[in-house]
Design a protein around this ligand. Structure first.
Ligand code: GLC
Ligand code: CA
Length: 618
């Protein structure tokens, strides 16, 4: 299908990177945005595409190169748009299809790629397909768009995902007089991927957005497409077969697009979503995320090393997507129950902060607003293997409000300025889709883009700097990864290597200063250059390389073959410790006996200084 299509849109090369275009997602740094939360252009209290378009330069200037947009399609919005009622349109609250096109064109002009959501596991129960299905005769192709049963006792080995709201994956429909299957909310019936008509409809939706120029899709809730009795209905072979079809259709007609799998599964199961390089180009590393939090809470690198070691290799063309926070709860599905208890007591002692199997908080509050910890977390996010995803607002350390229900507490308006409604909207405050954060620590009066843009030491300025540094090498996105094993387990150290570049990352996971001795014998003679300050450190020698790192500190070093050894390194006594002559009678003293060594190094001084500095005799 799709032999006739719009010309492949001009996708501007990524800024600052010599991207091999087909693999551009390996160099991607993704910024996750909710259109409704970013900027309200027409003062109705809801963010929209015109508003987002106005803020694209902000996103570009941050130093990311890709935007992931949460759902913006017509929807009853009972699951924030993950309940779609029309796949090929824009919810009027957010604007029109033309507004979307303008935003996309502008993003591409600025060198930003745009990734959208392809939510195909389920629709809203308001989707015309579901309305037709429930009214169509049992067994008809229309009815078969969804998964029906006469009993709710089928597929009993399937877990419930939204444990706080749902008690069954089946809901009775009085119109169809049958139960329908849903892995999420009961208003989100699952599509039936055993029906070829469903696959055809999905391909049509994909082509619609790809023709418009969208650069990739996040495949929402992808492990659950197909059901089979006697299984847990996750990651089935039949589901993978569907994904292979979607991928083949993209490859047949489009260039430089990608599929990102949202598969909240163990590493060996997620691995399958890459196939032989013929399924998804990218997949989230769900198990790594909570373990970064575990490691920093326990002051021990073990959780991170262990999970990375359990992670199988992936095909050459594939890439992990890594993240610290997103619009959902910090999911604890991929940890053991002991680890979950630990995470809950450490990070969600307030029971209100917990939802389903996770924690509904943002990064800054999880780090108790400790700037060093926030920076350390970001340094890990930006240096571990994969393409990092930043959640909007986390770059300024926005807070959350878990009293406003579901996961809305982490979806509040972006805080642009200390003006009314955080500069997000000029609507009456009570009209806003959600109240902005207003407390004294994280509220928009103290935490906002305007203030942080003016402050060179703000989190925002620092984040920009770190992103700019990350861009100077492709080793972070594409390089190999090797852990070092220094005796001090509070230190996480790893090497990222790509082509000529060798980057050494060293992170202190603990709340106190730590020493570490690193075995870098293989790099003897190289000069570690700290990448943020471009400071050369003493060259690597025979002995273990000794570093001291402040509490929650981290270093990224380029192990340079071409950098000069710091000039002070070989000097036994530094310049300001050399003996100095004090000449009591000016120059004449040189011809007398009373010449006394003193503190300041005259060797370095010009004649003029020498004369001024010389103490006259009284
Ligand atoms: C994904 C989304 C989540 C949504 C769910 C159901 O997990 O991230 O927000 O509720 O799918 O569509
Ligand atoms: Ca609006």
């Amino acid at each position: 299908m799709n032999t006739v299509q719009a010309p492949i849109p001009d996708t501007t090369p990524l800024t600052g990177i010599n991207a091999d275009e087909a693999l551009w997602y390996k160099d991607a740094v993704i910024y996750q945005v909710n259109v409704k939360s970013f900027l309200d252009s027409n003062d109705d209290g809801i963010g929209d595409f015109k508003g987002l378009t106005l803020k694209l330069e902000y996103i570009r200037d941050l130093g990311v190169n890709t935007i992931w947009l949460m759902p913006f399609y017509p929807s009853p919005l009972k699951d924030d748009g993950y309940d779609i009622a029309d796949y090929q349109n824009v919810h009027p609250q957010f604007g029109t299809l033309d507004d979307f096109r303008t935003m996309l064109r502008e993003a591409h002009r600025l060198g930003l790629k745009v990734v959208t959501e392809l939510i195909i596991n389920h629709t809203s129960d308001q989707h015309p397909w579901f309305q037709a299905a429930r009214n169509a005769p049992a067994g008809s192709p229309q009815r078969d768009f969804y998964v029906w049963s006469d009993t709710d006792q089928k597929y009993l080995d399937t877990r419930i995902i939204f444990t706080d709201t749902e008690t069954s994956n089946w809901t009775w429909d009085p119109v169809a007089k049958a139960y329908y299957w849903h892995r999420f909310f009961s208003h989100q019936p699952d599509l039936n991927f055993d029906n070829p008509q469903v696959i055809k409809a999905v391909l049509k939706i994909m082509n619609f957005w790809l023709d418009m120029g969208v650069d990739g899709f996040r495949l929402d809730a992808i492990p659950y497409l197909v059901e089979r009795e006697g299984t847990n209905n996750e990651n089935l072979r039949e589901t993978h077969a569907v994904i292979k079809k979607l991928r083949a259709a993209i490859d047949a007609s489009y260039k430089n697009r990608f599929l990102l799998a949202e598969a909240n599964q163990w590493p060996e199961d997620v691995r399958e979503y890459f196939g032989d390089g013929d399924e998804c180009n990218m997949a989230y590393h769900f198990p790594l995320m909570p373990r970064i939090y575990m490691a920093i809470a326990q002051e021990d690198r073990y959780p991170i090393i262990e999970i990375i070691q359990q992670t199988p290799d992936i095909p050459e063309s594939c890439q992990w997507a890594i993240f610290l926070r997103n619009h959902d709860e910090l999911t604890l599905e991929m940890v053991t129950s002991k680890e979950r208890d630990y995470m809950y007591t450490t990070y969600a002692s307030d029971l209100q902060a917990r939802i389903n199997l996770g924690i509904r908080r943002r990064l800054a509050p999880l780090m108790e607003n400790n700037l060093d910890r926030i920076k350390l977390m970001n340094s890990l996010l930006l240096s571990m293997p994969g393409s990092p995803i930043l959640y909007y607002g986390d770059e300024i350390g926005m807070g959350d409000n878990f009293f406003i229900g579901d996961r809305n507490g982490v979806r509040t308006p972006m805080q642009w300025s200390p003006d009314r409604n955080a500069g997000f909207s000029r609507a009456d405050p009570q009209r806003l889709y959600l109240p902005p954060i207003m407390d004294a620590v994280y509220g928009y009066l103290s935490t906002n883009v305007e203030a942080q843009s003016r402050d060179p030491s703000s989190l925002l300025s620092w984040t920009k700097r770190l992103l700019a540094v990350r861009k100077t090498t492709q080793a972070f996105g594409r390089g190999t990864r090797r852990f070092l094993r220094p005796g001090n387990r509070k230190i996480l150290a790893y090497l990222r290597e790509f082509g000529e570049d060798t980057i050494l990352c060293v992170a202190n996971l603990s709340r106190s200063a730590q020493p570490v001795e690193l075995n870098l014998a293989a790099y003897k003679g190289r000069v570690p250059v700290e990448m943020l300050g471009r400071t050369a450190f003493p060259p690597i020698g025979e002995l273990p390389y000794l570093l001291t790192i402040s509490a929650y500190g981290f270093y990224w070093f380029r192990l340079a073959t071409d950098a000069a050894i710091p000039s002070w390194h070989e000097q036994i006594v530094s310049v300001d410790e050399r003996p100095v002559l004090v000449l009591f009678d000016g120059w004449m003293s040189l011809f007398r006996e009373r010449v006394v060594p003193w503190r300041i190094g005259i060797a370095e001084k010009t004649r003029a200084q020498f004369e001024t500095d010389t103490l006259p005799r009284h």
